[in-house]
Ligand binder design. Structure first.
Ligand SMILES: [Zn+2]
Length: 106
């Protein structure tokens, strides 16, 4: 079990809805959302999440939707973003994955 029980459901990076684990791998778990989004996540590097990844807060949902807009727009790669957009994106990712809240709590 790669991501463990806290990673059974993760927020979909496309629509911010719940994406359910469809395959439990040794290193990588696979997820599928009702919107059709599928993704494999390698939990080996950061280790399994310490708290449940679902449900997400309204703030996290808005951040994920903003990330999807920025990264889907014109199908640009991250490398094509301006410095200001990249800074904004970094901030959004920190909100989306909850790391900003963890810092505030500690
Ligand atoms: Zn989705």
């Amino acid at each position: 079990m790669a991501g463990g029980p806290n990673a059974a459901i993760i927020p979909c990076r496309h629509c911010a809805g719940p994406a359910r684990r469809t395959h439990d791998g040794l290193e990588t778990d696979w997820y599928e959302c009702a919107c059709g989004w599928k993704m494999g996540i390698d939990w080996e590097h950061g280790g399994p999440p310490k708290r449940p990844l679902w449900p997400i807060t309204d703030r996290q949902r808005r951040a994920i939707e903003a990330i999807a807009l920025m990264t889907d727009r014109d199908r640009r790669s991250i490398a094509d973003l301006s410095d200001a957009e990249r800074t904004e994106l970094r901030g959004l990712y920190r909100i989306a994955d909850g790391s900003e809240d963890e810092e505030r709590a500690s």
